[in-house]
Design a protein around this ligand. Structure first.
Ligand code: UD1
Ligand code: UDP
Length: 385
């Protein structure tokens, strides 16, 4: 009799989701820039499907339509629960303001999740640490071994403070080991591949970017260039303009340049805009949406970039890449030959373009099979119990 009563009580409680409510955790995911929105979209969707409360926070670090909102639309990502404003602040105030603004939301988190290496990332990491909340870092362990880059400092801090570390490849796990970070590390691939696989079929259907811009597949190169170390010095930026001209001459094709607002502002500030205008082979356009970017990358003869994401995406598309930096935290792409480092010296860039245009395109993508978001969600669920 009693056991029948208890059984009925138990099934009533579970029917009401009572146990679910009791065990429900509160996950707070913090994003704020273009690459975070893109690479976290598949992770956010997988976390939303868990039986936990999932709060999405936008720091406001990126805010223009074409640096922020377009990606929510293109990727059908839900609106953040909290969206803060940061506009035009120097790096230290981006971090300080984000910590202050996000504190009340993060205070009650059972897990704070951050991605990558931006000022939003490091603000989230420091906040979780100061509030004594568990922290998970997506894209953990990648290293350029160049601490003059703000991103490298942000990554090291984020990894040192994290309890759960989602490393994209075995190389990133080894980097963590070298820094004595061994607990809570999981190699899960990179969610850049999830984003690509989920959105490429949609892009193929919806994007008319090639016809809109009058481009033919294989008939152009694509360029992105925005790292502070490349664009914040007049000398380096003007040398890069020469390198772009040499690259276009060598390849005999134009360069399409969706220009990051930081770079656009620097060209203007340094009085280099007219010179860039005079380079007929350099076609500057506004930053593109994600779907258009996928089509542009897939059909390019070559990618030239200082972006992290484009080094990975070009590798997936088997489009050769020339990275306009002296180092990379994506050494996997160098090993398989999808990418070479060229800095911004015009002769070196020209040689690298020639070499990459002639390269075999038979490499295998080292960044996983597109299940990273799902794997992260399962590991998060296990950690919350
Ligand atoms: C940041 C990241 C970088 C990442 C890049 C992605 C850090 C330290 N750097 O660099 O790792 O590769 O995002 O794109 O966090 N701006 C606008 N509109 C916007 C966003 C920025 O006009 O929507 C302009 C502003 O003048 C701003 C400047 O770009 O001051 C730089 O933006 P910021 O977010 O500080 O750094 P990014 O160069 O975008
Ligand atoms: N991207 C885009 N439109 C652009 C430039 C980049 O959609 O005009 C996408 C690109 O496909 C990649 C991501 O933005 O997914 C890379 O972001 P970014 O280069 O700003 O940052 P990084 O990867 O260097 O941190």
């Amino acid at each position: 009799m009693l056991s029948t009563f208890i059984r009925a009580e138990l099934s009533l409680l579970s029917a009401l989701g009572y146990f679910g409510v009791l065990s429900m955790g509160r996950i707070v995911t913090i994003i704020g820039t273009r690459p975070e929105i893109i690479k976290m979209a598949p992770v956010v969707k997988a976390l939303d499907a868990l039986d936990h409360d999932h709060v999405l926070v936008h720091s406001g670090q990126h805010y223009d339509l074409m640096m922020d909102r377009i990606f929510f639309r293109d990727m059908e990502l839900r609106e953040p629960n909290y969206r803060f404003e940061l506009k035009e602040q120097p790096p230290h105030l981006q971090v300080a303001t984000t910590m202050r603004q996000v504190a009340t939301v993060a205070k009650s988190a059972d897990l704070v999740i951050i991605h990558g290496d931006t000022n939003t990332t490091v603000a989230g990491a420091l906040l979780a640490s100061k509030l004594d909340r568990p922290l998970a870092h997506v894209e953990a362990g990648i290293r350029s071994f160049d601490k003059s880059m703000p991103e490298e400092v942000n990554r090291i801090i984020a990894d040192q403070l994290s309890n759960l570390l989602f490393a994209p490849t075995p190389v990133s796990r080894e980097n963590l080991q070298r820094e004595n970070v061994t607990e809570g590390v999981h190699v899960v691939g990179n969610s850049v591949i999830d984003a690509l696989l989920q959105n490429l079929p949609i892009a193929e259907k919806r994007s008319d970017v090639l016809s809109r811009l009058g481009l033919t597949p294989g008939g152009y190169m694509i360029l992105t260039f925005h790292r502070s170390e490349n664009v914040d010095s007049k000398e380096r930026l003007s040398r890069a303009l020469v390198a772009f001209e040499r690259a276009a001459d060598e390849a005999g094709m134009p360069i399409l340049f969706p220009i990051h607002p930081r770079t656009a502002k620097r060209l203007q500030e340094f009085g280099l805009e007219k010179r860039a205008d005079e380079q007929a082979s350099l076609r500057r356009i506004e930053p593109t949406g994600y779907l258009d970017m996928l089509i542009l990358e897939k059909n390019a003869a070559l990618v030239m970039t200082d972006s992290g994401g484009l080094q990975e995406e070009s590798c997936f598309f088997r489009v050769p890449c020339v990275t306009l930096r002296e180092n990379t935290e994506r050494p996997e792409t160098l090993e398989i030959g999808s990418n070479v480092l060229a800095g911004t010296d015009p002769e070196r860039v020209r040689d690298a373009v020639r070499r990459q245009l002639d390269a075999e395109r038979d490499w295998l993508n080292p960044y996983g099979d597109g299940t990273t978001g799902e794997r992260i969600a399962q590991l998060v669920a296990a950690s919350l119990g």
